[in-house]
Design a protein around this ligand. Sequence first.
Ligand SMILES: Nc1ncnc2c1ncn2[C@@H]1O[C@H](COP(=O)(O)OP(=O)(O)O)[C@@H](O)[C@H]1O
Ligand SMILES: [Mg+2]
Length: 367
Amino acid sequence: MKIKKIHLINFRNYVNQEIVFSDNVSLIYGENAQGKTNIIEALYLLSTGKSHRTGNTNELIRYGESFFDIRLEYEDNNYLQNIEIKYEKGNRKRLLINEVKKDRISDLLGVVPSVLFSPESLSCIKGSPRERRKIIDIVLCQVSRKYLYNLQKYNKIVRNKNVLLKEIKKKRHQTQQLDVWNESQAMTGAVIIEERKLLIQSLEKRMKRLMHGISEGREDVTLRYKSFFDEDKNIFNSLLDMMNENKNREIENEISLFGPHRDEIEILLNNRNSRLYCSQGQQRSLALALNIAIMEEIKDRSGKVPVLLLDDVMSELDEKRRNYLYEIIGDKQAVITSTDKTQFRMTVGGISYIRIKNGTVISDSNV
Ligand SMILES: Nc1ncnc2c1ncn2[C@@H]1O[C@H](COP(=O)(O)OP(=O)(O)O)[C@@H](O)[C@H]1O
Ligand SMILES: [Mg+2]
């Protein structure tokens, strides 16, 4: 699978622009605030259905306009195909794949998988448990329809149960009603936890190998999935017991307190929690290793090599980590942004250069 080109209409600071990508590395360069990250954001949106920068889709519409329309052409199985997202203020995002309307935006998950690495990626190490859950969920949704289905179902159950908890607290509902919700929450939650644990195990193996390479054998990584209950017992039963034993607490707080939406994924370096004890450099290495591990995982599970999106990260990496990254990119497809055209050197494959100025692609001869 290779992405070929993207067409942006009224997206961020783009009026109407087509951008053609290389099958290997496309280096998007230009000064600050010209629209480099906006291209990455559009690609990410077409890959995952969400922006990595905002949850408010209105922000993506060009100032003063009322809609945006973005379209990606990609090649898969020797066929040229396309994904289009149209959004009009006040409506839902609409998705078309090969001109056919889809019911849900999530139908695009896994079609053009991608892995994004940006300065904010450090939050997968430094940030709250929510950030790490989000990353794990995005990976699993890209490779497993079953996971996506269960995650959507689970989130709906939690929302409904929270409404019920409020009602019970106000004495407008009976406590027994909770049993039905607890049972389905535990059932769906258990499937999610199981899938996540399998992924964590696999990512751990990959990260151990990768960190070994990056640190020349000095650093050892451990990933741990942490739930609220005894790890060795059956997940469904443990989750249900937990909820049943804490009914009053949940009613008092008016919120569901246990389950995969509250779990933590711990990343340990040499047995210490990397969130608290790692240097900035170690955290960068970990974030790099995690992203590469995710890329390998998606490739092995889906058979598709994800597109690597590298937003402004080259300048942050030292020579050694940068070389490591070049090696990993190899002959894969990558879209890379940088303010410095010369910063990026590849030994394998070719680079195509795309210069961006004020939301427009300009060719170097016009400079
Ligand atoms: N909805 C929007 N409409 C028009 N311009 C926007 C919109 N959102 C952001 N911008 C502009 O996009 C530019 C930032 O683009 P970005 O891709 O983040 O820059 P960079 O090249 O530094 O990565 C800024 O000039 C900002 O004003
Ligand atoms: Mg940027």
